[in-house]
Write a protein that binds this ligand. Sequence first.
Ligand SMILES: Cc1cc2nc3c(=O)[nH]c(=O)nc-3n(C[C@H](O)[C@H](O)[C@H](O)COP(=O)(O)OP(=O)(O)OC[C@H]3O[C@@H](n4cnc5c(N)ncnc54)[C@H](O)[C@@H]3O)c2cc1C
Length: 286
Amino acid sequence: MPELIIRPRTLKELWKILPTISAKRKYLAGGTDLVTAANAGFDACDAWVDISGLKELQSVKETKTSVLIGAGVRIAGLEAWGAVRRWLPVLTAAIPHFASPSLRNMATVGGNAANASPCADAVCALCAERAEVILELKGKKRRLPLSALFKGPKQTGIKKDELITAFEVPKWPHTGAYLKLGPRAYFGISKAAVALAIELDGDKIKSASVALASVAPVPLMAVKTAGCITGRILSPETARAAAALVKTEVSPITDARSDADYRREMCGVLLERALLGCEERLKAEG
Ligand SMILES: Cc1cc2nc3c(=O)[nH]c(=O)nc-3n(C[C@H](O)[C@H](O)[C@H](O)COP(=O)(O)OP(=O)(O)OC[C@H]3O[C@@H](n4cnc5c(N)ncnc54)[C@H](O)[C@@H]3O)c2cc1C
């Protein structure tokens, strides 16, 4: 653990404090990754800047065209916001799959992105929702598609001291699913996960996004698969075609959690199930 932990109350105070402390510093949000790493001896910081007191990061706001999720919103807190439940079905579906209730009460959406694990569930769902990430450094803001933030496992394009402040997700009329395969039904990091978002015109897929976790060095957008199902009828044939194609887009590895071939196969199975689930819902709605 570092010797110093400071807790600014506002963003303005944060930018004022930073130059006064050691350059070997990191932001601390929920601490579920950072404290775990420190306990294992993998964090050599002199100071942690505790951002959990920054009110500016802790709410969800709705504009006419988008939903803005503050980076400090906890995973368990997402569902409390009507805008999330109404506009972000894939993110909402991902919440129960995220770790355990106690972890969800601590972990933040911003920490999930900054930690840059290929397994990150909230990130994978937000990529399918077509989120942009908003970053700030000393008052200067920039934004980019969330999927473009990741450079490799635990590697991002975040600059020194740059803070993720929010995620902006467009409002678009879609349905979707988040399916995760782990060692257990819940409480586990995934072997593979699929986030599917589709906009329907009757039974035709007007637009689609497919994101995957744990099957590439970064959370992956399956662009070819999304393109292949766009314009097609939502049917078992389309689901089968998508399942075959998505297996060619992923690049899983074999590690302690799973085997590369199994992961690749499961990407197809999960995506097919996700599409068939949407088809069933469509039929049930008549
Ligand atoms: C037992 C266990 C189970 C887990 N299961 C899952 C799971 O099922 N799914 C899943 O996705 N994750 C899982 N995780 C990982 C973890 O809970 C998430 O990645 C979590 O979202 C991290 O958020 P945090 O607020 O705790 O981040 P912290 O631990 O506080 O920070 C993580 C990193 O992000 C940086 N950071 C945090 N916030 C910001 C910000 N706003 N701007 C810039 N940098 C920032 C920190 O400096 C640090 O480097 C699990 C972790 C544990 C320990």
